[in-house]
Design a protein around this ligand. Structure first.
Ligand code: IMP
Length: 193
């Protein structure tokens, strides 16, 4: 069975691949010949995930799923949220985004935050949404070299390491994306590996 994941992000692909049963062949945007940067113009995670999935169906004819993720920081009233990718400017620059986040929080002892992922699935003519969250704290400085995006400054509840310090399998087991993906697999009657 083939599934198309509407992303160019190799980190996301690797995380999702690790959770899928071995008989699923996961195809990325590159694998289906799509090099376009799909514009994310909505102001909700649901809206942006759906834009990406619809784009693939319309232009390439595949049923597919897409995700959109936000980091919601309590002391910043939920920012950067849906604008997490471009928090520090036009480009998706992880280092600049982290620098800005730590600067905004420099006088705050309230460090709680959560990641939220929404997956949009287009399947048999209908759209379906699956949501996953993980709660934790923003650290005072980046730690670790694994993962991507805000992982070096996010320490999930119950752990003393950041997502960038934890093995991918551990992150996957508790993460926003992992939790949303498990719901998607359940819907498709597939077993997470
Ligand atoms: P998007 O879902 O690719 O639009 O991600 C929005 C922003 O959140 C980007 O800056 C990503 O790097 C970041 N992001 C998405 N997923 C994760 C994650 O699992 N860990 C850390 N940062 C993430």
């Amino acid at each position: 069975m083939e599934l198309v994941f509407a992303t160019h992000n190799l980190n996301k692909l690797n995380e999702v691949r690790l959770l899928l049963p071995k008989h699923i062949n996961l195809l990325s945007l590159a694998d289906i010949g799509c090099t376009d940067e799909i514009p994310e113009t909505e102001n909700t995670l649901e809206g942006n995930a759906l834009i990406k999935a619809n784009y693939v169906l319309t232009h390439f004819g595949y049923n597919c799923f897409a995700d959109d993720t936000g980091l919601l920081v309590d002391a910043l009233d939920g920012a950067p949220g849906v604008y997490s990718a471009r928090y520090a400017g036009a480009k998706n620059n992880a280092q600049a985004n982290i620098d800005k986040l730590l600067l905004e929080l420099q006088h705050s002892s309230v460090r709680t935050a959560h990641f939220k992922t929404v997956i949009a699935l287009l399947w048999q003519g209908k759209s379906h949404f699956f949501t996953g969250t993980v709660h934790g704290d923003i650290t005072y400085e980046p730690r670790g070299t694994g993962g991507f995006g805000y992982d070096p400054v996010f320490k999930p509840d119950g752990y003393d390491k950041t997502f960038a310090e934890l093995p991918m399998a551990v992150k996957n087991n508790i993460s926003h994306r992992g939790n949303a993906l498990k719901k998607l697999l359940e819907y498709l009657h597939l077993q997470a590996s």
